[in-house]
Design a protein around this ligand. Structure first.
Ligand SMILES: *[C@@H]1O[C@H](CO)[C@@H](O)[C@H](O)[C@H]1NC(C)=O
Ligand SMILES: *[C@@H]1O[C@H](CO)[C@@H](O)[C@H](O)[C@H]1NC(C)=O
Ligand SMILES: *[C@@H]1O[C@H](CO)[C@@H](O)[C@H](O)[C@H]1NC(C)=O
Ligand SMILES: *[C@@H]1O[C@H](CO)[C@@H](O)[C@H](O)[C@H]1NC(C)=O
Length: 441
């Protein structure tokens, strides 16, 4: 509501009407099914969409020996958004990462969905793909991601096509119903008498939904850059300026001058900022002096870092990325044992109990072909930390895209949503190796 600026000498009362109203658009056409499961179940559920267009099922016994389990798909069209799901069970290992791939006459998509499947119960795989050229005959197949010989069982599968039009209509419908609210304006005079028939102008000057960008210190003193940023965004993340190597290049010599100046800029423009990051598990970006420390020296440097950063910036940043890229790197665990990150979360929470603490990683939503950061491994790491006592307030997804696979992205978000935590895309970019038009799409 702070975004409503009304020039009028009357007192205004604005009411938020929650829930349904004439404002809500109706939606016809196939509804996307956001159902997802992340627990292994004794019985699989019914297939989504009643199975959709899945027909030709090849059993588990493909003679080539390459395809453990596969579906033959006929006449797939270019640009159509295909969403699929299956329940998966394995034999021959306690658990295994199962990857779905797609081969057409002209294209190979190595990963269009994954699931960490288990022996003795059914796990839910959800994914999707979009083809660059039409295909008369394609194979959707499921394989173990490593070399072990694992038998894969598939059941309750579904494949559902959405045209670009249907997909974007559904998107618009969700934006209208989830992100927007109807507003009723009542106008009265100073005596509280209701006035009617007036013409009033309402200008929305800011929005609640956070839409942001990374900023670098080069924004300081650069007015065109500042202007460009402030016109478009209401959220920011400092690219490098809060990282340990930036604020304490030498032990004990902390320097927050640049970060303070950037904070002044975002404050002046009513922009919210994420705190990125307290620790980074990648040794490459850990200060050399920290890499030299071990045991209690390292532990006390860590405690000082948390203390210094979080007391200085108490309630300034809306989130903190506590232990960046934990799925890919483990600098602190190598040095201090498997509970290192858990300790970061505990200490950060104690230093500032109101701070909102996030995990943050890459290649979770960008692709499913990174075995270190599949959606299920992210979920199990989050659960592990929570069981260990960490207060986890949100899921950070870096979002460094080449060409985003929309239905796969959506399927991954559906699975992450089962945790009931806020999900933020924290560092979105699209590869500059693509031409501008492709980037925009
Ligand atoms: C696929 O399309 C071809 C050519 O249009 C048609 O002959 C064939 O029957 C279609 N196959 C299926 C399974 O619909
Ligand atoms: C796919 O490949 C075939 C040859 O295998 C070619 O004739 C056809 O034009 C290709 N289709 C597209 C859409 O690229
Ligand atoms: C790290 O340790 C090495 C070897 O002891 C030493 O030469 C170097 O100066 C140390 N670097 C820092 C930044 O403390
Ligand atoms: C990812 O996982 C592989 C295999 O477990 C491992 O060798 C590699 O170091 C991991 N890290 C990254 C950054 O990919």
């Amino acid at each position: 509501m702070e975004g409503t600026n009304i020039t009028s000498s009357f007192l205004l009362f604005l009411f938020l009407l929650m829930g349904s109203s004439s404002f809500v658009v109706s939606f016809e056409g196939p509804l996307y099914d956001s159902t997802a499961y992340t627990e292994c179940k004794l019985q699989p559920d019914e297939p989504l969409y009643g199975g959709g267009i899945i027909v030709d099922r090849l059993g588990n016994s493909a003679s080539s020996g390459v395809y453990s389990t596969s579906f033959i798909l006929h006449n797939l069209t270019q640009g159509t958004i295909y969403c699929f799901s299956s329940w998966v069970k394995i034999e021959g290992a306690g658990s295994a990462l199962i990857r779905a791939s797609l081969k057409t006459e002209n294209e190979t998509h190595n990963c269009v969905g994954t699931v960490l499947a288990k022996h003795g119960c059914w796990s839910f795989l959800k994914g999707g793909f979009v083809l660059n050229s039409p295909s008369q005959l394609s194979t959707l197949f499921f394989q173990n991601a490593d070399d072990r010989d694992v038998n894969i069982e598939i059941t309750s599968s579904s494949l559902m096509p959405f045209s670009v039009q249907q997909w974007s209509t559904y998107q618009q419908y969700m934006i209208n119903t989830k992100r927007k609210r109807a507003v009723t304006v009542h106008v009265s005079d100073k005596q509280g008498k209701r006035l009617q028939g007036l013409e009033i102008d309402i200008e929305q000057v800011s929005k609640d939904f956070p839409f942001g960008s990374a900023i670098a210190k080069t924004i300081l003193g650069n007015l065109p850059y500042q202007d460009w940023f402030a016109k478009r965004f209401n959220a920011a993340v400092f690219e490098n300026e809060l990282k340990w190597y930036a604020t304490e290049p030498e032990q004990g010599k902390t320097n927050y001058i640049i970060a303070d100046q950037m904070l002044q800029f975002v404050r002046a423009n009513q922009v919210i900022a994420r705190g990125h990051n307290i620790f980074w598990e990648d040794p490459k970006y850990t200060p050399q002096w920290v890499r030299n420390l071990t045991g209690s020296d390292l532990q006390s440097a860590i405690n000082s870092r948390i203390q210094s950063l979080m007391s200085k910036y108490r309630e300034e940043f809306i989130h903190w990325d506590v232990s960046n890229e934990m799925l890919h790197f483990d600098f602190y665990e190598q040095k201090l044992g498997p509970d290192a990150a858990l300790h970061f979360f505990e200490t950060a929470h104690k230093s500032d109990p109101l701070a909102t603490l996030f995990m943050n990683d890459f290649n979770v939503v960008e692709t499913c072909s990174d075995v270190n950061s599949t959606v299920d491994s992210y979920i199990s790491r989050l659960r592990e930390l929570r069981h260990g006592g960490a207060l986890m307030d949100g899921i950070g997804l870096e979002g460094h895209f080449i060409v985003p696979n929309l239905p796969l992205m959506r399927a991954i978000l559906d699975k992450l949503a089962t945790l009931g935590l806020p999900i933020w895309l924290t560092e979105v970019d699209i590869s500059s190796t693509l031409d501008k038009e492709t980037q925009v799409k």
